[in-house]
Structure formats: structure tokens, C-alpha cells
Design a protein around this ligand. Structure first.
Ligand SMILES: Cc1ncc(COP(=O)(O)O)c(C=O)c1O
Length: 388
């Protein structure tokens, strides 16, 4: 008998290319240098105390056991009513809406439910970092198509060229992280037209749906009959209600897609925490929070932009989301990551290199700031950045 030393079996990584994300790196650097962290995208202010009270009331009222698998019915009804009133599409709360553990889980679930090994999924670079590994976990092949450099508008000729008989889905994110662009109604119609002869599913990441500025409207896929029928629409209560740590979101999709979505959801998270769902449902009864959110964030955007107006940063438009991208080429020749590291360590403000959102990186001398911060935080950052 051999007495081998017990050892942990070696595992062939499912995601060999995944390492520490730039968000973790920059946040750690910000902390080490006492920098103002405008890197990672979350608010540094609290949510409405009435939302906490509503969750507290649910917990104290004994609503602490498993809810229905698809989510608390009152919350699904509130979501359906909101989508109908804003975008004019009536999803059935019973068969077409599922409450998820944040948008992140909804995106993974949507991909696992629809993508088979060898299927292709089009992602538009720059894009949120979970899409690519999610597609790989499903055995799918990410097909990267760049948004037009400079404007970040969708390049429909390039998307058309990327479509093949193996294309299963395209992921569309509007308002867009990191570029802060929003798709127009005409662009959504162009997408609908392009996909009309195909069976391609749209995974619509609309987590910033309530942050669209200057009087423009969010063009949800739910507004367009030709898209709604082939789309899984994903949103995040974390973004809308300033509670990113609660990790509650939802997916709305036609019943046939929702049925497949729920098969994966059921054996992944099964259910999302009950009292948060009840709290959100009762808070949503008053629509004023999400209706006032564009003005709330537009004021912060304007404050931040005004503070940088005299600097050498060139400000890109910020039409939606809570991000502001800047071109720093008049200030530095450094690569984006090197510039963001320098900015964090030497100037005391953390930002994220836009190149990090591209497969293989793409240098444009752009950095992304998050303005979902208290005015004092923004002011402190501006005091440091305005000199540049
Ligand atoms: C484009 C985009 N999609 C999805 C998410 C994840 O949302 P959640 O926190 O609800 O998982 C984020 C968060 O930063 C995001 O920016």
C-alpha cells in the first residue's frame, strides 16, 4: 500500500484566461494611495431609507422563507407594470418575468439557457467583462465586433458581416458601459431589420435604463415588437435604487424563452432573497424614484463635466449610464492602464482604462470615470483633476 501525501487534484481551468479584473486592481491601488475612487461603478451614497424600512418590515413580518422560484409575485407584477407604462409592452408576470440575483446572474442564465457548444454570440466591444467568460462557460464562441471608434455607435455593416448560421445571440447594452452612449430608436429599428430573417436572440443588458439624459428616452428592446419577441431584457435594481450590494435584478422575455431561462435559474440560484423582493415591490408602487433618476444623475454629470471644462481632458458625450469618458491625449502619452495607474497614485483619483473593455485591449487614450458619487466626493476629485 502506498502512503501518498494527500494532494488537491489538478483542475484544467474552464476559464484559463480569467485573472484579476482591472476593477479590483484599480480599487486596491486607490485604497493604497488614498485616492478618490471614481473607478468602480457603484454609488458612495445610501439608498432611500424608506426602501430599507420596507425590507425591514418584510423581515419583521416573517417574510423570510423561500419565495416562488420565479420571484415574489408582487415584485413581478410591479416590474411588468413599469415596463408596460414606460415601453408599452405587456409582459405576463406569471410566465415572462423572472427575478434574479442581479443582472450578472441574469446574463449568465440567459446565455446558459440559450447557447449550445459551438454556437456563436456577437458581443460589441467595448463591453462589460462578464459576457465573454459567460459565453465560454456555455461552450459558445464569442464573436467580437467593435462599436465605431470615436463615436461608439453600432456598426451595422460589421454586425451583418459577423452573422453566420451559427450565430445564436447578440448582446446589446444600452445605455452603454463604458462609453455612456445610448442607442437611438432608429438604431434599434436597424437592429430589428437586420435580425428579421434570422433566429438570433437579443440579450439586452439594460441595467442603466433609468439613466438617460437631456430629455432622450431609453430605447428598450421592449418598445420594438420585432425585437421584444426575440429578446431577453435584463435590468438591475442595484443600479436603479442605489443598492448594488443587494444583487437583485430581473429578466423579461417571451414565455418560450422564459421557460428555458427558468430551467437554468431553478438549478442555479433557485430563488432570490425574499425580504428584498417584498421591500422593492412596495417601494416601486411609487414610480417617482425611477422617474426622477435621469434628473438626479444628469445633475451629477453636469457638475462633473463643468469641473473638468477648463482642464486638458477632452470630454466625450455622456448621454446615459453614470459614466463619463475622457480623452487624455493632451495630457499624457501613456497607455490607458499606465495613465490610470499614474492618475490614481500621483493625482489621487482612480479611473478605469477603456481598453480593458476590449478583447485584447484597444488603445484610444480614454479613461472612464464613474460620477455616481456624493457631490463632496466629485468635488474632491475635481479639485485634483481640474489642474491637469
Ligand atoms: C453593463 C452592465 N451589466 C451588468 C452589470 C451587473 O449588474 P448587477 O450588479 O445587477 O449584477 C453591470 C454592473 O456594473 C453593468 O455595468
Amino acid at each position: 500500500m502506498t502512503h501518498a501525501i494527500p494532494r488537491t487534484p489538478l483542475v484544467t481551468s474552464r476559464l484559463p484566461e480569467v485573472g484579476t479584473t482591472i476593477f479590483t486592481v484599480m480599487s486596491a491601488l486607490a485604497q493604497a494611495h488614498g485616492a478618490v475612487n471614481l473607478g468602480q461603478g457603484f454609488p458612495d451614497f445610501d439608498c432611500d431609507p424608506r426602501l430599507v424600512d420596507a425590507v425591514d418590515a418584510a423581515m419583521r413580518g416573517g417574510l423570510n422563507q423561500y419565495p416562488p422560484m420565479a420571484g415574489v409575485p408582487q415584485l413581478r407584477e410591479a416590474i411588468a407594470a413599469k415596463i408596460d407604462s414606460l415601453y408599452g409592452h405587456a409582459y405576463d408576470p406569471g410566465s415572462e418575468i423572472t427575478v434574479t440575483a442581479g443582472a450578472t446572474q441574469a446574463i449568465l442564465t440567459a446565455i446558459l439557457a440559450t447557447v449550445h457548444p459551438g454556437d456563436e454570440v456577437i458581443v460589441l466591444d467595448p463591453c462589460y467583462d462578464s459576457y465573454e467568460p459567460n459565453i465560454e462557460l456555455a461552450g459558445g464562441k464569442p464573436v467580437h465586433v467593435a462599436l465605431t471608434p470615436g463615436t461608439f455607435e453600432p456598426d451595422f455593416a460589421a454586425i451583418r458581416a459577423a452573422l453566420t448560421p451559427r450565430t445564436r445571440a447578440i448582446i446589446v447594452n444600452t445605455p452603454h458601459n463604458p462609453s455612456a452612449t445610448v442607442w437611438s430608436a432608429a438604431q434599434m429599428q436597424q437592429l430589428a431589420e437586420l435580425l428579421r430573417p434570422t433566429d438570433v436572440i437579443v440579450i439586452a443588458d439594460e441595467v442603466y435604463e433609468h439613466m438617460v439624459f437631456d430629455g432622450a428616452l431609453h430605447q428598450s428592446v421592449a418598445r420594438f415588437a420585432g425585437l421584444a419577441q426575440r429578446s431577453i431584457v435584463i435590468s438591475s435594481f442595484g443600479k436603479t435604487y442605489h443598492v448594488t450590494g443587494w444583487k437583485v435584478g430581473y429578466a423579461a422575455a417571451p414565455a418560450a424563452l422564459t421557460a428555458e431561462f427558468r430551467k437554468v435559474h431553478q438549478f442555479n440560484v433557485f430563488t432570490v432573497n425574499t425580504p428584498m423582493q417584498h421591500g422593492l415591490a412596495s417601494f416601486m408602487a411609487d414610480a417617482s424614484h425611477h422617474l426622477e433618476l435621469p434628473a438626479f444623475y444628469q445633475r451629477k454629470r453636469d457638475l462633473f463635466r463643468a469641473g473638468l471644462a477648463a482642464s486638458r481632458f477632452r470630454l466625450l458625450p455622456s448621454a446615459g449610464s453614470y459614466f463619463q469618458c475622457v480623452d487624455y491625449s493632451a495630457i499624457s502619452e501613456l497607455s490607458e492602464e499606465a495613465f490610470c495607474r499614474w492618475l490614481t497614485a500621483e493625482v489621487g483619483v482612480a479611473a478605469i482604462p477603456v481598453a480593458a473593455f476590449y478583447k485584447g485591449g484597444f488603445e484610444q487614450r480614454l479613461a472612464r470615470f464613474c460620477f455616481a458619487k456624493k457631490d463632496e466626493t466629485l468635488q474632491l476629485a475635481l479639485d485634483r483633476l481640474a489642474k491637469l
